[in-house]
Design a protein around this ligand. Structure first.
Ligand SMILES: [Mg+2]
Length: 359
């Protein structure tokens, strides 16, 4: 029998907002929102737990956050500060293992299978990492422990903030059976809706479908859903991952022809991409839209504007010109996507590159 791996997923709690509250005591106990300004089209990149009590969450437009809590303190992100914390986090992780896969400035997978500390107990290692983060950085992290990345990531989210949640191999089947389908990594709103229409609400429901049927319904993701419904995820913790582009796309349950609806969808996608850029401190040069028409033929249109792509406004400004170069509005489409690429190296290149990755 092969030995199970030991994977830890570390995720800082309300990261940007917590760093702000740590560095400025006057912000403690207050609703703090990091991201755009209340009167801008920007989105919330992170918010403190005090802000969450008002129903504010990340990716929400700042104007809406302001309406929910006019007393909230809106701050511009300080990426240099977040990057330096990220470097310190990485140092702590590397005291336990060299197998570290950063997902963003505040999130990483660690493979501690070969780690000898604490007699190889991943749970005790995770506890020590959390303690080191508290003692040395004065910040709070949540940890998930399991035997693969899929379960470790779900686990870190189970007990936030300051959580330490373990899913042992023998508990996995029961855990997955009761898991709502939207908690499965990779299941967005559209897929969730589609699964609900096929009476798939939990891991147990998903597990009743065979692989062929799942592939018929969900294309190549079908294999993935089949595997994770059985607790199988063999993806290794990769130390060398580096993304060359980031993007968001939506598949629609009904083909779209109305150009206003299409514009609205593009605006929303642009905001989501801008939010990821903000979170990861990314500046890009090139914007690309992707369209799949109703007959599955696919096109992309790109532009590299003279000005750098820094936020949602720069993305949205480029959209009309790109849309004009397509048949949208005349020809029904089933998928729209927005992405940015050609990243500008952050000033602290040596560290930045190692830390700005994708999920
Ligand atoms: Mg986090």
């Amino acid at each position: 029998m092969t030995q199970h791996r030991k994977i830890i997923h570390i995720d800082m709690d309300a990261f940007f907002a917590s760093v702000e509250q740590r560095d400025n005591p006057e912000l403690r106990g207050h609703a703090v929102i990091v991201g755009g300004q209340p009167d801008s089209r920007g989105v919330v990149a992170a918010c403190s737990y005090e802000a969450r009590q008002f129903g504010i969450h990340s990716a929400m437009p700042c104007s809406r956050a302001y309406r929910l809590c006019p007393n909230a303190i809106f701050l511009k992100p300080r990426f240099e500060a977040y990057r330096s914390v990220s470097i310190e986090l990485h140092k702590i992780f590397s005291e336990f293992t060299a197998l570290i896969e950063p997902l963003s400035l505040d999130e990483a997978y660690l493979d501690v299978t070969e780690c000898s500390q604490h007699n190889g107990s991943a749970t005790l290692i995770a506890r020590e990492i959390k303690q080191a983060i508290k003692d040395r950085l004065n910040l709070v992290a949540s940890a998930g422990v399991s035997y693969n990345k899929f379960l470790a990531k779900i686990a870190s989210d189970m007990d936030k903030p300051d959580g330490l949640y373990v899913i042992r191999p023998e508990q996995a089947a029961t855990f997955i059976r009761s898991l709502p389908i939207r908690k499965f990594f990779g299941v967005g709103k559209v897929t969730e809706g589609k699964m609900h229409r096929h009476n798939i609400f939990t891991g147990a429901d998903l597990g009743r479908y065979d692989e062929v049927k799942l592939c018929q319904l969900f294309g190549k993701s079908g294999n993935y859903y089949y595997q994770i419904a059985r607790g199988i995820d063999n993806r290794p913790v990769r130390t060398d991952r580096k993304r060359k582009s980031i993007g968001k796309e939506n598949t629609f349950s009904e083909d779209l022809t109305d150009i206003n609806t299409i514009n609205d969808h593009f605006d929303r996608l642009a905001e989501q991409v801008a939010n990821i850029m903000l979170k990861r401190g990314i500046t890009a040069r090139t914007i690309t839209i992707k369209i799949k028409y109703h007959d599955f033929s696919q096109i992309t249109r790109s532009i590299t504007p003279p000005q750098l792509v820094i936020n949602g406004a720069s993305l949205q400004a480029a959209l009309p010109g790109l849309i004009k170069k397509t048949e949208l509005g005349n020809r029904p489409c089933r998928l729209l996507g927005v992405s940015v690429s050609n990243f500008v190296d952050p000033p602290k290149k040596r560290f930045g590159q190692a830390l700005l990755f994708e999920e």
